[in-house]
Design a protein around this ligand. Structure first.
Ligand SMILES: NC(=O)c1ccc[n+]([C@@H]2O[C@H](COP(=O)([O-])OP(=O)(O)OC[C@H]3O[C@@H](n4cnc5c(N)ncnc54)[C@H](O)[C@@H]3O)[C@@H](O)[C@H]2O)c1
Ligand SMILES: N[C@H](CO)Cc1c[nH]c[nH+]1
Ligand SMILES: [Zn+2]
Length: 398
């Protein structure tokens, strides 16, 4: 199905599930593991015998993995690691007006990673979050992901978990997994920050627990905006729209184009899908860019002439695929993360990087403060009424 105007609300808006998710969180807080067993049976239709996956179960499951998939994971791992290593910031020290100052980057000690698995499994997500966490030297990494239908852990997830050397894997998913990581249960370790994408229940849970645990933002159901001109290939545009629509009915897929011919050809290829796609004819590529910036999509594809030049005009997008690069290559192996902001969060952040796992700890050491700075600090303290602040400064340097 095709809509020729944008929706008032994003199809992946999670506010509608907040009441149910609040109840789930409360029951995990109150009843710990018991709530996890019950909710997994109710929501995942699976009876699990344990929550924390044992070393042996992890190894057994990983051993079932097709060697070709293992090899694919190993290849992707190297490419993603190279991308994240490029971003590691240096500790910086300097000084000015008699004060030496600087920043030392400290790793967050305990991280929870949520790996979705519902309609599809997403072991690639553990690569996407686990690699920057390891590059950032996070010491404790705890992974939660829904159980398989057999009540175990996905073989590829098990292989990646062993490869990364994560501390624990819990076979629970949804809002209940987020609550468990936020508050801790008998089996699940309480963490300092939760990183990871997931459906509306998972994102609503991250939003609701963000008063007791750090979160990386909102990375909900997939969004794709394609800006295409007459140089775009209709079959590739249609394929990319259908590809990202695979993630579920609440994905948000938009095509913006100034070219009637292209729009007509793409429409032909997608109009019979049950999924609602949004197709907007724009007066120009500039207008398309303006609309895309307002949407602030998770994925943005620029299938236009001078994509690199026009990329400068893009201010709100999680990840941009240029030229004829499919977003799906970013989903798996390109290097940039596929854990990307949705629901407008691309206005304030990009995809997950090492920066999600480190903190800039700043320091200052007064060597020989100059009079101007000294007077300014005391005047400001007094102006704000913090008299003792002022005295604590004066006592040292006046
Ligand atoms: N933005 C990103 O970076 C990004 C990356 C990868 C995937 N995704 C998105 O992640 C999502 C994965 O969703 P999924 O559902 O396949 O897996 P999921 O792991 O996010 O959710 C499955 C869990 O949802 C819970 N659940 C299902 N129905 C429920 C209900 N009615 N009430 C309460 N809880 C319920 C179940 O407990 C289950 O474990 C997709 O929307 C995909 O687009 C986003
Ligand atoms: N496109 C998804 C992010 O919205 C990421 C993904 C994982 N596996 C396949 N695709
Ligand atoms: Zn995808």
């Amino acid at each position: 199905m095709i809509s020729y105007s944008l929706p008032n609300e994003r199809p992946n808006d999670f506010s509608r599930v907040i009441p149910i998710v609040r109840d789930i969180i409360e029951s995990v807080k109150a009843r710990g593991d018991n709530a996890l067993y019950e909710l997994t049976e109710k929501l995942d239709k699976v009876k699990i015998n344990n929550i924390k996956v044992s070393e042996e179960e992890l190894k057994t499951q990983a051993s079932k993995l097709d060697p070709k998939v293992k090899q694919a994971i190993d290849v992707a791992y190297e490419q993603l690691k190279a991308f994240h290593e490029m971003l590691v910031p240096p500790n910086i020290g300097g000084g000015y007006q008699g004060i030496s100052f600087g920043v030392v980057w400290k790793s967050i000690e305990k991280i929870g990673i949520y790996v979705p698995s519902g309609r599809y499994s997403y072991p690639s997500t553990l690569l996407m979050a686990g690699i920057p966490a390891k590059v950032a030297k996070v010491k404790e990494i705890y992974v939660a992901s829904p159980p398989t239908q057999e009540g175990s852990v996905n073989p590829a997830l098990a292989y990646v978990a062993i490869k990364l050397g994560v501390n624990d894997v819990y076979k629970v998913g949804g809002a209940q997994a987020i609550a468990a990581l936020a508050y801790g249960t008998e089996s699940v370790r309480k963490v300092y920050k939760i990183v990871g994408p997931g459906n509306v229940y998972v994102q609503a849970a991250k939003f609701l627990v963000s008063n007791v645990v750090g979160i990386d933002g909102i990375e909900g159901p997939t969004e794709l905006v394609i800006i295409a001109d007459e140089t775009a290939k209709p079959e590739h545009v249609a394929l990319d729209m259908k590809a990202q629509a695979e993630h579920g009915p609440d994905t948000y897929i938009v095509l913006l184009s100034n070219d009637d011919e292209l729009l007509k050809k793409v429409e032909e290829k997608i109009k019979d899908d049950k999924k609602i796609y949004y197709i907007i004819k724009t007066k120009s590529i500039d207008e398309a860019i303006e609309i895309a910036n307002k949407i602030a999509p998770e994925h943005l594809s620029l299938y236009i002439k001078d994509a690199y030049t026009l990329m400068d005009k893009i201010v709100n997008a999680g990840a941009i695929s240029l030229g004829n690069t499919p977003p799906a290559i970013i989903d798996y192996v390109a290097g940039p993360n596929h854990i990307l902001p949705t629901n407008g969060w691309a206005r304030i952040r990009g995809g997950v990087t090492v920066y999600d796992f480190i903190k800039p700890t700043m320091y200052a050491n007064v060597r020989d403060i100059n009079k101007q700075l000294l007077d300014a600090s005391i005047s400001l303290a007094n102006y704000e009424g913090f008299i003792i602040h002022g005295k604590s400064i004066g006592a040292r340097y006046e």
